[in-house]
Design a protein around this ligand. Structure first.
Ligand SMILES: [Zn+2]
Length: 440
């Protein structure tokens, strides 16, 4: 029998709170509004999928060869596969030395203005993984462009989880270095490099390598600006500053902060209704924000998000479809539960910079420059995203006049420099929802 709809949110009725045990019993019989309301579900879950051109599926006779002393490759590994009956697999030596697989001298292919997909599995030793690079070149690697498409970090959960096949998508915006002047329209040489940190071996499998053209709506990619935690400066300073260029941003809301330690409800409404910002979910309570959605049970996540979606809905924020992980913390459980409510989830992992066709919607990357980031370091990333058509997400917290002593603060002078540069560059600034819907 279908569940009946009731409200068991005591905070809205002013009644005494029911004991947890009673609430639990009620929830097993009755549905909350969010379980029944279509408006609480993701607006869109599909993306346009352009036709791929396969460079290699790494099947028998693929012609790639191992190179470098940093590991041992099994070029025809048949115990696992992403496509067909095999993949390639490397076990690094644990010495921090490059382990390469490469192919060169093949008929020229045009890799300008492309996105790439490289399904990978980190089989074991993930904490030892330093980076995965892709090098595209001409003239037997004499002229090359090296993109660092994945970086192993330890501070926050990584976008790729150990033991899963992950459809890693990237552009050349993750530029690490260039040698000479490669002609991107006539690439004849390719190399994929796996490097550990010198602390132990990592085992990585590669499933295929393919490319497809940029999203036509955004040939130079896009930039999405995020502001977390409802800090009043987002309304009093940032929104009017962005508005001079017609830019709108995303506010990641902690509901408990509104009309409390953060901005007022009236200010949050102005971000949406006056300045065209997209309101996104971050957490309902400070406790959830502190705990992290990776440390919460499925029931705890659902309860927090139910409360957020109800709060937004009752206050006129009706299309809250995107989520930002508090402190960037996420895991498989949070993926599963949050994807019932949101189209995308934003992490704090920086590489690869998002493609317009998002690799894994619940694990989008975002670069959050700290108080020590220079203007030049940020504009360089903006340049690369523009040149190679990536979808760069830039995240901020507090913007201050002086004394940016915390890593989550940024001086106004640096911040305005970034925004002015985006305007000068001609970067397309979009909210997350606009970018997400680009290919629909
Ligand atoms: Zn936050």
């Amino acid at each position: 029998m279908a569940k009946k709809l009731i409200s068991i949110d005591d905070s809205k009725t002013g009644e005494a709170a029911l004991p947890d045990a009673v609430n639990t019993a009620l929830r097993s019989t009755y549905a909350t509004q969010s379980e029944l309301s279509a408006s609480f579900r993701p607006a869109f879950k599909r993306q346009r999928r352009p036709a791929e051109t396969v460079i290699t599926n790494f099947q028998a006779g693929h012609g790639w060869s191992a190179n470098g002393s940093g590991g041992t490759w099994d070029l025809n590994y048949t115990a696992d596969a992403f496509v067909g009956t095999q993949c390639v697999r490397v076990t690094t030596a644990g010495t921090g030395v490059d382990a390469n697989i490469q192919k060169y001298g093949f008929p020229a292919i045009n890799l300008a203005a492309k996105e790439f997909v490289l399904p990978v599995k980190i089989v074991s030793g993930q904490t030892h993984l330093s980076r995965i690079n892709v090098l595209i070149a001409n003239n037997t690697f004499a002229n090359s462009h090296t993109a660092r498409v994945y970086e192993g970090v330890t501070a926050n959960p990584q976008i790729i989880r150990e033991g899963e096949w992950f459809p890693m998508r990237f552009t050349l915006a993750d530029q690490q270095s260039t040698g000479g002047t490669p002609n991107l329209t006539a690439i004849t040489d390719l190399r994929i490099t796996v490097v550990d940190k010198g602390t132990g071996p990592v085992v990585v499998q590669l499933g295929k390598l393919a490319y497809y053209p940029h999203e036509t709506a955004y040939p130079n990619g896009a930039v999405t600006l995020w502001f977390d935690d409802c800090i009043p400066a987002h309304r009093t300073f940032v929104a009017p500053y962005l508005a001079q260029y017609g830019f709108a941003a995303c506010e990641a809301v902690i509901c408990e902060a509104v009309d409390g330690t953060g901005m007022t409800l009236a200010q949050l409404r102005e971000l949406q209704n006056l300045y065209g910002w997209e309101i996104c979910s971050h957490s309902y309570t400070f406790a959830s924000h502190t705990k992290g959605f990776d440390a919460m049970t499925a029931q705890e996540i659902a309860a927090d998000v139910d409360a957020s979606k109800t709060w937004f809905s009752e206050r006129g924020f009706t299309t809250v479809d995107h989520f930002a992980y508090p402190r960037g913390m996420h895991n498989a459980n949070s993926d599963t539960v949050l994807s019932r409510y949101f189209s995308t989830g934003r992490t704090t992992h920086t590489k690869p910079v998002n493609t317009m066709l998002v690799a894994e919607p619940m694990r989008m990357s975002c670069y959050l420059p700290t108080n020590t980031a220079t203007l030049a370091s940020v504009t360089q990333i903006i340049d690369r995203a523009y040149e190679h058509g990536a979808w760069l997400h830039l995240g901020f917290h507090d913007i201050v006049d002086s004394n940016a002593s915390s890593s989550t603060q940024m001086l106004k002078s640096t911040f305005t420099g970034i925004i002015d540069y985006l305007a000068t560059k001609g970067s397309r600034v979009v909210t997350v929802g606009a970018g997400w819907n680009a290919g629909l």
